[in-house]
Design a binder for this molecule. Structure first.
Ligand code: SF4
Ligand code: SF4
Length: 57
């Protein structure tokens, strides 16, 4: 995640179907124990701060 570009719009948090995103001072923190890797947050982010990578990379 490149949070330098984050506008704190909360869209990633709103759209995550697994409640895997917590907002800390408005910035998203993803709990990888709950994230299923669906990519919705990355697709919804208007500034593309969230990028998907394969596990282990
Ligand atoms: S990849 Fe899917 S499950 Fe994981 S944080 Fe993003 S929206 Fe939530
Ligand atoms: S969708 Fe993107 S810009 Fe909006 S809060 Fe999430 S990471 Fe930040």
């Amino acid at each position: 995640m490149d949070l330098e570009k984050c506008r704190k719009c909360t869209l990633c948090w709103k759209f995550c179907p697994d409640a895997a995103i917590e907002l800390v001072d408005g910035l998203p923190v993803i709990d990888l124990d709950f994230c299923k890797g669906c990519g919705i947050c990355a697709n919804e982010c208007p500034t593309k701060c969230i990028t998907m990578v394969k596990e282990g990379e």
